[in-house]
Ligand binder design. Structure first.
Ligand code: UDP
Length: 377
């Protein structure tokens, strides 16, 4: 029997770890523990509910106005106490958040092997996205098992000196999650789009885009709406107060735009599926849009999801107003061949069986070596 502790703090981590938690729960030789750091509590809990998973532990680390350093310190302390009390055999983290990085660091100090889900994503620009690029590179240094979603991600890791035998190409668990969410009924709303109208789904929240870039993004959307009477926009507003105030200041009297609370994941995936065009600076939405084949303007200068660009579904616009406005306008032009060429679902991010592959690797992982290492500490 091996005890595997999964740690998650934000919405994307929950969405991408829940299918794996469900898979691990099916395994007779595995006991799976779920720990929430509480980093983005309400968005995390909404995602967990969709997969009917409840955390076993809640570190309750979030405080209003808290920076990354203080949050990291709280998670490190909370995780250290929890790891001493529960002594899991493996700690699993996902992606690139402060929760994932701090939990991995705490496990490293405790001599507990770490598995990194969605390993090897890189822009190779330390500040884009910030602080995520630093987090994922650091987690790679700390981890024993690297679950790379794609060949490109594996190549990045091997190039950085990570032993090839510890890297598994699994696909991204987000595809597993989408199989679950898209088979469920939408509990929130049906997202009726009036006949003859085209929907833009717009999300922006990246830390490095706060301030001038995010205001430019909302202004680009406003201009697009003013110039295209058949286009509607829905903007789920991230809980960050700076995002909300910028959106409200610029879009309050823009035509045909709805600013809404972030829909939970089942509903959000339905909304994506009904979209004509997506404008986003999100990481995960780039993958989901690629899977669905929804043309997407990525409001960033660099992406760690370059596979989606190569697959043709994503286009980088940069995070400046003019670049976003011009690219979206081109794609909205009647009969745009460029738009049509982007509209193709891609299997580049996986086949929906990533969780099975990861669970297999976790079951086969040699714990004896790592137990010896823990004894030395
Ligand atoms: N998402 C959601 N509701 C929303 C916006 C996003 O459920 O209103 C989901 C989305 O489908 C994706 C994840 O949240 O799975 C992405 O989260 P986010 O953009 O916050 O983080 P990132 O992926 O950029 O780290």
């Amino acid at each position: 029997m091996r005890r595997i502790m999964t740690v998650m703090g934000t919405r994307p981590e929950a969405i991408k770890l829940c299918p794996l938690v469900q898979e691990l729960k099916k395994r007779r030789n595995v006991e799976v523990l779920v720990c929430s750091t509480g980093q983005h509590r309400s968005m995390l809990e909404s995602a967990l509910r969709a997969f009917e998973i409840r955390p076993d532990f809640d570190l309750d680390c979030m405080r209003t106005g808290q920076g990354h350093a203080t949050l990291s310190a709280r998670i490190l302390r909370g995780m250290d106490e929890l790891l001493r009390a529960e002594r899991p055999d493996i700690v699993l983290v996902q992606g690139d958040t402060t929760s994932a990085f701090s939990a991995a660091l705490a496990a490293f100090y405790a001599g507990i092997p770490i598995g990194h889900v969605e390993a090897g994503l890189r822009t190779y620009q330390m500040h884009a996205p910030f602080p995520e690029e630093m987090h994922r590179r650091s987690i790679a240094l700390l981890s024993d098992l690297h679950f790379a979603p794609t060949v490109t991600a594996k190549r990045n890791l091997v190039k950085e000196g990570i032993p090839e035998s510890s890297v598994f190409i699994t696909g991204n668990t987000v595809v597993d999650a989408m199989r679950i969410t898209l088979s469920k009924r939408d509990s929130q709303t049906d997202w009726e789009i009036p006949a003859g109208k085209r929907l833009i789904l717009f999300t922006a929240h990246r830390m490095e885009n706060l301030g001038t870039p995010i205001r430019g993004m909302f202004r680009a959307l406003r201009r697009i709406l003013e110039e295209h009477p058949d286009v509607l926009a829905i903007c789920p507003l991230h809980h960050n107060p700076e995002v909300r105030s910028a959106a409200r200041a610029i879009l309050y009297d823009a035509p045909r735009v709805r600013m809404i609370e972030p829909p939970e994941i089942v509903s959000f995936h339905r909304l994506m599926a009904k979209s004509y065009l997506i404008l986003t600076d999100s990481g995960g939405i780039q993958e989901e849009a690629s899977v669905m084949g929804i043309p997407t303007v990525v409001m960033r200068y660099a992406t760690e999801r370059s596979e989606g660009i190569r697959a043709g579904v994503l286009r980088l616009a940069g995070s400046g107003e003019e670049g976003i406005y011009h690219l979206a306008t081109r794609l909205l032009a009647p009969g745009s061949e460029e738009y049509e060429s982007m509209k193709r679902p891609s299997a580049i991010f996986g086949d929906g069986k990533a969780s099975v592959r990861i669970a297999d690797a976790l079951e086969k992982f040699d714990l004896d070596g790592s137990r010896a290492r823990a004894r030395m500490l």
